[in-house]
Design a protein around this ligand. Structure first.
Ligand SMILES: Cc1ncc(COP(=O)(O)O)c(C=O)c1O
Length: 404
C-alpha cells in the first residue's frame, strides 16, 4: 500500500471542490480520532491491568492495518492480532515492533519469518507444533506460541479431549514456549449460557495445564461481543475487532459503551440525467421509471464494496438527503433515483454510509439491508478505494493499495 502525505489543511474530500487527481472517484474516510477514542473506551471496559490485543486482520477490517495499528498502540493497545504471516510482516515492515499474534496456520515456507520477526504464533495441533519447533531449533532460537482450544467455535483449535496427547507431544518441543492459551466464542452476543460453558471448559483445561507444570502467562477469550456484553472473566487480554471501528457487530450487543463509527464510504456523482417514464436502469432492467425522474450515476459499485444486494433496499445520501438506489448495483457504478432534485450535479458527493449534512446511514443499516453483517460490509471495501485518514477533522494522509 502506498501512502501519500496530504497536508491540505481544510481540503476535506467531502467537499465537492476537491474532486480531482487525489480523490476521485470513490474513497473510504477513516477517522483516526474516533479510533483513538474507541480504543480508550474498550481499554477502560476491559478493566485495570487487562491488555488490549487489537484485531487488525484483513487490513484492519478494511480500514488499513498500519495506520489503525499505530493509532491503537498509541491509545492503549499493547498487542496486535492478524490472520496470517503476510499481514504480520506488513506490520513489521511498517516499523511496528509490538507483540503480534498470528491467528492462522502458517505455511512451512513461512516458519523462518515467524522466528526472524519474533511473531507469536497460534498452534492447535502437534504437526504444526513440531514443524515450528524444528524450524526454531535450526535457527537456534525459541518461539512463543499461543495454544488455541476449540471449546465450541468448531473452527481452528485443539479439542479438549485431544489435550493430553497434545501435551505429551508438546513436551518434546524444547524450542517452543507456551506463552498463551485462548479460545473463541461464536455466540457471545446472544447465548450467555453456551459462552459460560465454554469458559468452564477453558478453566478446566487451564487446571490441566497447571497440573502438568505449565504456568501460562497469557489467557484470552473476549472478542467485542464478549467484552461489551461482559460475558464473564476476560483473563489478562481482550481481543476486540469490530468495536475498534465503532461497530457492535450484532444488534444483541450492549450499547452501554458508546462507540463512534469511524468509517464513511463516499463516491462522486459522475452522470446526471433526466429520464421519462418507462426508462429502465441497469442490468436485468429491474427498475423501470414510473414517472419523469432524474437518475444520478455514482462511481462506486460492488468491486468497491457497495453490496450487490443493497439494490432495491438501500439508499445513498446526497446534499444531506436520502435517495433510493435503483436497478442492480454494477461492478463500478451504482444508480440513485434523485427524483425532481435539480441541485445534483457531476462531482457531488454521494454517501453510502456515513454522514451527509444532518443525515446519516450507518454501516449496520447497510448490513441489514444487504442481508449481511457489519464485518463483511467494511472488510468488503475494495482495494482500489483510497483510504483517507482524518485527524482533527482534516485529511492527515491518504493510502492507496493500487494506483490507477
Ligand atoms: C479469534 C478471534 N478473536 C477475536 C476476533 C474479533 O472479533 P470481533 O471483530 O467480533 O470483535 C476475531 C474476529 O473474527 C477472531 O477470529
Amino acid at each position: 500500500m502506498q501512502q501519500e502525505a496530504h497536508n491540505l489543511k481544510g481540503d476535506s474530500p467531502t467537499s465537492s471542490s476537491s474532486l480531482g487527481k487525489n480523490l476521485a472517484p470513490a474513497w473510504l474516510e477513516v477517522d483516526l480520532d474516533k479510533i483513538a477514542n474507541n480504543i480508550r473506551k474498550l481499554k477502560a471496559a476491559a478493566g485495570p491491568g487487562v491488555k488490549v490485543l487489537a484485531m487488525v486482520k484483513a487490513q484492519a477490517y478494511g480500514c488499513g492495518a498500519a495506520m489503525v495499528s499505530q493509532v491503537a498502540l498509541e491509545n492503549g493497545a499493547e498487542m496486535l492480532g492478524v490472520a496470517n504471516i503476510a499481514e504480520a510482516l506488513a506490520l513489521r515492515k511498517s516499523g511496528l515492533r509490538c507483540p503480534i499474534l498470528v491467528f492462522g496456520r502458517p505455511d512451512e515456507s513461512e516458519l523462518g519469518a515467524i522466528i526472524e520477526e519474533d511473531l507469536l504464533q497460534t498452534v492447535f495441533d502437534l504437526m504444526l507444533a513440531r514443524q515450528l519447533d524444528r524450524a526454531a531449533g535450526t535457527a537456534g532460537k525459541s518461539v512463543r506460541v499461543h495454544l488455541k482450544v476449540d471449546t465450541g467455535m468448531g473452527r481452528l483449535g485443539l479439542l479438549p479431549r485431544e489435550m493430553d496427547d497434545f501435551l505429551d507431544g508438546f513436551a518434546s518441543c524444547p524450542n517452543l514456549v507456551l506463552d498463551g492459551v485462548y479460545t473463541h466464542f461464536p455466540v457471545a452476543d446472544c447465548d450467555s449460557r453456551f459462552t459460560r460453558e465454554q469458559l468452564e471448559m477453558l478453566r478446566s483445561l487451564l487446571d490441566k495445564l497447571r497440573g502438568r507444570g505449565y504456568e501460562v502467562p497469557h489467557v484470552h477469550v473476549a472478542n467485542s461481543a464478549a467484552l461489551l456484553n461482559r460475558c464473564g472473566e476476560t483473563f489478562g487480554i481482550v481481543r476486540p475487532g469490530i468495536s475498534i471501528y465503532g461497530l457492535y457487530g450484532s444488534p444483541l450487543v450492549s450499547r452501554e459503551i458508546n462507540l463512534e463509527e469511524v468509517v464513511s464510504f463516499k463516491a462522486r456523482v459522475v452522470h446526471v440525467k433526466k429520464v421519462p417514464p418507462g426508462t429502465s436502469v441497469s442490468y436485468g432492467r429491474e427498475f423501470i421509471a414510473l414517472r419523469d425522474t432524474t437518475i444520478a450515476t455514482i462511481a462506486a459499485g460492488y468491486a468497491d464494496g457497495v453490496p450487490f444486494r443493497l439494490a432495491k433496499k438501500g439508499d445513498v445520501l446526497i446534499h444531506g438527503r436520502r435517495f433510493p438506489i435503483v436497478g442492480r448495483v454494477t461492478m463500478d457504478m451504482t444508480m440513485a433515483d434523485v427524483g425532481e432534485s435539480n441541485d445534483i450535479a457531476v462531482g457531488d458527493v454521494a454517501v453510502f454510509f456515513g454522514e451527509s449534512g444532518r443525515a446519516h446511514i450507518s454501516v449496520s443499516e447497510v448490513a441489514e439491508k444487504s442481508g449481511t453483517i457489519e464485518h463483511e460490509v467494511i472488510c468488503g471495501i475494495g482495494p482500489r478505494v483510497p483510504r483517507v485518514y482524518l485527524k482533527d477533522g482534516n485529511v492527515a494522509c491518504i493510502q492507496r493499495y493500487t494506483f490507477g
